[in-house]
Design a protein around this ligand. Sequence first.
Ligand SMILES: [Zn+2]
Length: 463
Amino acid sequence: MRSTLLPIAILVSIVVALPSLATVNEKSLQNAQQLRELALRSHLGFDIVESLTVEVGPRLAGTAADARGVAWAEKKFDELGFDKVYKQPVKVRHWERGAASAQILSPFPQPLAITALGDSVSTPKDGLVGELAFFDSVAELNNANPKDVAGKIVYIDARMHRHLEGKEYSTTVAGRSIGSSVASEKGAIGLIIRSVGTDKSRMPHTGNMRYKKGVTKIPAGAISTSDAMMLMAMKKRGQAIKVNMRLDTTTFEPTTSYNVIGEITGSTYPDEYILIGAHLDSWDEGTGALDDGAGVGITVAAAKLIKQFKPKRTIRVVLFANEEGGLIGAKEYRDANASELHKIKLAGESDFGARSIWRFDSQVNPANLPLMSQIAKTLKPLSINQGDNKAGGGPDVSILPAKGVPVFSLRQDGTDYFDYHHTANDTLDKIDPAQLRQNVAAWAVVAYLAAESEQKLLPLIKK
Ligand SMILES: [Zn+2]
């Protein structure tokens, strides 16, 4: 008997000892499960995106609509009963779009659906006429002989395919972001790109671009993927193709926008923050429902739902200004809070549309991996699997790990995200309320359990 009892005694003592090793206590865990089920029944996330897209609509940084977006966010945080609501000024560019049109003049005249890239200069009033010089990528343009480009309008036909993880965006986007500078340096008079998108539609995709310092600024636009296909078929006919492109844009003086911040104050560690957020600005073609109204709805709703469970650490929701202009609000946030970044114990941004989350990744100190596993376990009923410890955290928080701030990513299905991204088609009807609720539930679980951690949340180890 003795020999069988002893192992049982050891086992019992281990089990009794377990609570002291727990990453969160039993009550917190029960709350997290309750919170998850509550979020799955809550319509709040969708209501918030609807409110933003109906009452504000498109909100390009620096515009009057952006200012209305800031006022909307402050009011929304107040209405929802956040404990602390404030904003932080951010210097942003102010650029506005006018009309855009383009036609093939020869050999087979017909119109093209086009939009100006953000920050592009205008063409002359009557348009810019030129022969197209064709390239598959910026890399190919880089290697081109200036003789083949000078005096022409460069056309870049970089293609992108649908993918769960939206993988090809980062490699395809170069034509949009730096194509005009490379073309200009070789003497081109304008740039047209195939839209950086995965749809088959006549909706062109806008997006950010920048002129290199000192370069002659040439107008830059994107044509729809449908027109890109037609254009490439026309090229096969072997004749020079001449187009007229008219882009009407205005660049104003830089102005001030704001990061808008709402907090649910922690009951035990009010000075320790779990930062979740999204970006408040959007492109001007659609209503910014997917990019990034969804992220606003998801994170604001998650924090609001957490409030009733009185989290130990503070939940800080940051709605970043001018992400689309190049993480401008995020950089201001990082710099203005430089001496306090160590108080952010975990951070994440939702900025990849509104489809279901399928994976939870982290980038935390190895000592906190048991907490991540506990979070992953609580996410499991939402059909979310635990991934790796190499999370980026989302665009605006991706600059925080370099400062030691741990981050997480709740990765969404991005299969059709780039069908709508930066187009007039980025509208509320693309959001499936059930999938949005799954997002809210997941964000609520991660933020709440991190706020309840019994373990100290440590900074990242410097590489
Ligand atoms: Zn975005």
